[in-house]
Design a protein around this ligand. Structure first.
Ligand SMILES: [Zn+2]
Length: 250
């Protein structure tokens, strides 16, 4: 079943007074049944509202959530979004397969994560529990890593077969603070799930690199000659991968 399209049908700027403070907010009217309030790292407040919601009802809801809105804004001031440390709140930028996606956390009856309309959408019963949002995202990234790496692993294994390298054992996923991948003495290929932030050809580079270690253990001339035999532009791929090292997504 297709999910209703949540693209805004039309938007407007509104405001409400909370004590002495005026809260300005944008309203996106869309095909949905409930109101959802988002506070973005720049302090902007956006309300997603059903098409027929009255300005009065929206204002009431914003007023009711005012304390939470102020708290969110304070938190953003204390932790500027430029910091790599994740907050797991709407508006935050997360990387997937080389692209940046804005995180959108919605309240719902399901616990799920999906890419929709160019956004990374998290649906959860309690969107204010950032630990839950973090866990949902990590699970999703891990699942996606497993699926995408399996596909790329198969492609890379076929490529290195031309070099006389055989590998059928698959790979293991493991978070590693300083490595994208490794090849153990027993010939096991280990991949860092965080690699899913990188474009597919950079993922191919890491897998191919580790597969080449099955034949040449060290980073010798022979190793790079082997690698270049199936991936001429490996240096460019490594450069792109290194450029995003500091951009951690979880
Ligand atoms: Zn290596």
């Amino acid at each position: 079943m297709k999910k209703p399209d949540e693209q805004a049908i039309y938007s407007s700027q509104q405001s409400v007074l909370f004590g002495q403070t005026e809260i300005c907010y944008g309203v996106n009217y869309c095909d949905r049944k409930t109101l959802a309030i988002h506070v973005y790292p720049d302090g902007q407040v956006i309300v997603d509202a059903p098409k027929n919601a009255s300005s009065q009802a929206i204002a009431e809801k914003v007023k009711k959530r005012a304390t939470w809105i102020f708290k969110q804004r304070l938190q953003f001031e204390a932790y500027p979004p430029a910091l790599p440390q994740r907050q797991y709140v709407s508006g935050e930028s997360h990387r997937y397969l080389g692209r940046q996606y804005r995180l959108q956390i919605n309240q719902g009856i399901m616990e799920q994560v999906k890419l929709m309309h160019g956004r990374l959408m998290v649906e959860t019963v309690n969107p204010e529990k950032t630990e839950k949002v973090k866990a949902l995202l990590q699970d999703w990234y891990r699942l996606r890593a497993k699926a995408v790496f399996s596909e790329r692993y198969d492609v890379c294994v076929r490529q290195v077969a031309k070099l006389g390298i055989e590998h059928q054992k698959g790979f293991q996923l493991r978070f590693m603070s300083k490595r994208w991948g490794s090849c153990t003495n027993q010939g096991n290929i280990i991949l860092n799930p965080e690699l899913i932030a990188a474009p597919k050809d950079c993922i191919d580079y890491v897998i191919t690199h580790e597969l080449c270690h099955l034949k040449e253990r060290n980073h010798s001339q022979a190793f790079y000659k082997l690698l270049a035999g199936v991936m001429k532009d490996w240096e460019e791929k490594r450069k792109r991968l290194n450029e995003m090292v500091e951009v951690r997504f979880v």
